[in-house]
Design a protein around this ligand. Structure first.
Ligand SMILES: Nc1nc2c(ncn2[C@@H]2O[C@H](COP(=O)(O)OP(=O)(O)O)[C@@H](O)[C@H]2O)c(=O)[nH]1
Ligand SMILES: [Mg+2]
Length: 270
């Protein structure tokens, strides 16, 4: 299988080379892994570093340079389009800061090839017992998952509430971590979702909108537990303002897509 890892970067010069090395060092069954870095003209020179890495790994690493910081959602939409154009059969989205640990990629690949268990299993959206999932969501809040040990209890509680209760209650989305951004998609899922036309959000809501559209269209989403450590190097681009904005925009996502049904998947050529 051709797997493309789409890595959005904004000021990740301290992390990019070690992330690329960690991904290329993975031992993945029946998988050809390539990397697409999507850099928004990072002032710290991440884009130049990415070009050097591309020269060192011809054919395995490419770089999409964008003119300026436009947000994670736009970066991902551009990256997904390029990965699909280049024939990716599986597309992995992950942060470039080691909060999404590369070692879980193998688990995610195994999970997307495994038929789903019957009803009653936690963290499955879209039913489909006995069939393989259409997307794997590496989840902080499904049973067995957890966030950084250093978080205070109230921060853990707030985060769990936002992801497992608030978003779930508004959208009816049966997931434990709807804002989680560590996901493995099948090519057919992204194409069938018509993401370039349907997805309009940026930031955290982008993740929510992608999950909601996938679920409304009847795609099967399976959550697997991960440990989510804080980033060790560089700084986060998300803050409380962005999180509050996400909470508000969840209602817009519902309005936009609540009428979607599986009949509205984009038909794929056989
Ligand atoms: N290309 C691009 N990447 C971004 C942008 N904002 C964040 N990122 C990257 O997206 C990933 C997640 O961002 P991060 O700041 O770690 O968010 P957090 O994990 O929610 O704290 C990291 O790899 C960032 O470098 C953006 O506007 N453009
Ligand atoms: Mg991060």
């Amino acid at each position: 299988m051709q797997l493309t890892v789409v890595l959005p970067t904004y000021n990740e010069a301290e992390n990019l080379a070690s992330m690329v090395a960690a991904l290329f060092a993975l031992d993945l069954p029946d998988t050809e892994l390539s990397i697409l870095v999507v850099d928004d003209a990072s002032p710290d020179g991440t884009g130049d570093l990415a070009d050097e890495l591309a020269a060192a790994h011809p054919g395995r690493l490419s770089v999409l340079h964008r003119a300026g910081k436009e947000g994670l959602g736009k970066a991902y939409l551009a990256g997904f389009a390029q990965a699909l154009d280049q024939g990716a059969e599986l597309v992995l989205q992950m942060d470039c800061d080691f909060s999404h640990k590369p070692e879980y990629v193998r688990d995610m690949l195994l999970a997307i090839g495994q038929p789903l268990p019957g009803k009653g299993a936690g963290g499955d959206a879209g039913g489909g017992a006995g069939r393989t999932p259409d997307m794997i969501l590496a989840s902080r809040f499904v049973s067995g998952g957890r966030v950084d040990d250093s978080w205070a209890w109230w921060r853990k509680l707030l985060s769990w509430f936002a992801n497992s209760v608030y978003v779930r209650a508004i959208l009816g989305l049966p997931l434990c971590d709807a804002t989680g951004g560590f996901r493995l998609w099948r090519r057919e899922t992204l194409l069938g979702m018509d993401i370039q036309n349907r997805i309009q959000s940026n930031g955290y809501v982008f993740q929510v909108e992608m999950a909601y559209v996938a679920w409304r269209l009847g795609y099967r989403i399976h959550e697997i537990p991960i440990y989510f450590p804080d980033r060790e190097r560089g700084t986060s681009k998300m803050d409380v303002r962005i999180q509050l904005e996400a909470a508000r925009r969840t209602f817009e996502v519902r309005r936009r897509h609540k009428a979607l049904t599986p009949a509205e998947r984009v038909a794929l050529l056989p």
